[in-house]
Design a protein around this ligand. Structure first.
Ligand SMILES: *Cc1c(COP(=O)(O)O)cnc(C)c1O
Length: 403
């Protein structure tokens, strides 16, 4: 299954992950500038401008833009010299694990704290072995994954610490922007993210030497015209994507405000529905409010998460399960580490409960009211346990991955 937020852009459907797009006119103007200058890629002026703006927004010294978040993760892992085994959550988008396994590094899946949906630092420490060289924390839903606790563990055990901040663009933790924790943090600008460049990503860091290494590694490790100084790859962002990025960045505050409004509306309309808990954000921090996440308690709701998803899909509301069934139950991890689920009880429980609802600038107040009314109908529909499994499966194609 491959990503395709477009495949399900059918009229009349409300779905998760619809791209936020800023001013069309500003975008076209920039595209014309790019074409006039005939500078399409290779560290062009728009990529450099975007890097400066993203670094400033995240209050970090360096932003190294890349062609996507997964490549950014892979290059960061290479540049940090990570090998052997790396501890990470299984409750994440599969790219976090793939970025390791792709380079022959063993992902060691660690369980999460059910309250935060993020890595449980106490469980991280218990998984460290002599083979461990690093930890990847993921700020799921943009909620910081106990970065100080992970920094302390990494320091005590001389481990590299990388954060997958693909969800956390524009978020803060204790007043400090996400982006400067650990050795480096990785952003994704995929179309489904709050801020997008269609495809894109970046590594942000305060480490000057690491930034320099990331810069040459993303460009075949060229240093000057004919001099290759290391192993490298092609991870460059192009000017067209940067043009979209600069344009979307100008509307970023608007996107966040729309998400916030949507979130508050969901909170109002979901209140009192049995068995549903809306995942909360710390309103004292900066959040991007990109993920409206509900936990479904099957007993209390008298309806399973999966049956609720099918019901919504039949009503043209493409709510999504997220990170289900967990990386450890996807290939090649399921075959490689068949016992992983034994130490991931909370991951499995949360992956079975989580539902993500449509949001973004395109979702209106009446859409949300309609979605919540439909959820209410599903919950109040008399349905005995025996009937649940006989419900018709949704015929709507799955949009592929979710992140
Ligand atoms: C989106 C995402 C990625 C991958 O980013 P791409 O830009 O699509 O390669 C990695 N990790 C997480 C948690 C994500 O949500």
């Amino acid at each position: 299954m491959k990503k395709s937020n477009n495949r399900i852009s059918l009229p009349g459907y409300m779905h998760v992950g619809r791209p936020n797009i800023g001013s069309r006119r500003a975008f076209i103007r920039r595209i014309n500038d790019v074409l006039d200058a005939r500078w399409l890629t290779n560290n062009g002026p728009l990529v450099r401008e975007l890097e400066e703006r993203i670094a400033a927004l995240h209050e970090v010294k360096h932003c190294v833009a890349m062609c996507n978040g997964t490549t950014a993760l892979e290059i960061a892992i290479q540049a940090l010299g990570i090998k052997g085994g790396v501890i990470l959550p299984s409750f994440t988008f599969v790219a976090t694990a793939h970025a390791l396994q792709w380079q022959g590094i063993t992902p060691v899946f660690c369980d999460i704290d059910p309250k935060t949906h993020n890595l449980d630092p106490r469980k991280v420490e218990a998984l460290i072995t002599p083979r461990t060289t690093g930890i990847i924390g993921v700020h799921i839903w943009g909620r910081p994954c106990a970065p100080e606790a992970l920094e302390q563990i990494a320091k005590n055990h001389s481990l590299r610490l990388l954060f997958d901040a693909a969800h956390a663009f524009g978020c803060s933790h204790r007043g400090r922007m996400i982006g400067s924790f650990g050795d480096a943090e990785v952003l994704s600008f995929h179309a489904t993210k709050v801020f997008n460049t269609a495809e894109g990503g970046a590594v942000v860091t305060n480490d000057d030497r690491l930034a320099q290494k990331l810069r040459y590694m993303r460009d075949f490790a060229f240093s000057g015209y004919d001099n290759v100084i290391d192993l490298g790859v092609n991870g460059k962002m192009n000017e067209l994507c940067a043009a979209l990025g600069l344009t979307n960045l100008e509307s970023f505050a608007k996107f966040v405000a729309a998400n916030r409004r949507n979130y508050d509306r969901y909170r109002k309309h979901l209140a009192g529905l049995p068995g549903l808990t809306l995942v909360e954000y710390n309103a004292g921090e900066k959040n991007n409010w990109q993920y409206v996440v509900v936990e479904v308690d099957e007993e209390e709701a008298d309806l399973s998460r999966d049956d609720l998803v099918s019901f919504l899909h039949r009503h043209r509301i493409l709510a999504r399960k997220y990170f289900w069934p967990g990386c450890h139950r996807m290939e090649p991890y399921r075959s490689n580490y068949p016992d992983a689920s034994l130490r991931l009880p909370e991951t499995e429980r949360i992956a079975g409960r989580v539902l993500v609802l449509p949001t973004g600038a395109e979702i209106s107040a009446s859409d949300i009211e309609h979605i919540c009314l439909t959820i209410g109908k599903a919950l109040h529909k008399p349905m005995r346990t025996g009937q649940k499994s006989r419900q018709k499966r949704s015929k709507i194609p799955d949009s592929g991955n979710n992140k």
